[in-house]
Design a protein around this ligand. Structure first.
Ligand SMILES: [Zn+2]
Length: 66
């Protein structure tokens, strides 16, 4: 999935089950394709972190990724 591997960027947990990792945009891409497709703007989050703070802030991004 991501070159960074399978470690959550927020809590540092290593997740062996990649189905529990979520691709997250560090900078909200909104409607900016350059940000959306920029792999440097992606990080991996575990399901726990993804479903907490990030989801509240950026809820409408994930339907495009998952
Ligand atoms: Zn995490």
């Amino acid at each position: 999935m991501l070159a960074a591997g399978f470690t959550c960027a927020m809590c540092g947990k290593t997740e062996a089950d990649t189905s529990k990792l979520v691709a997250d945009h560090k900078i909200p891409h909104r409607n900016n394709p350059a940000l959306f497709f920029d792999r440097k703007n992606l990080q991996a989050l575990c399901a726990t972190c993804h479903s907490s703070d990030k989801q509240k802030l950026e809820r409408d991004q994930y339907s495009e990724i998952e």
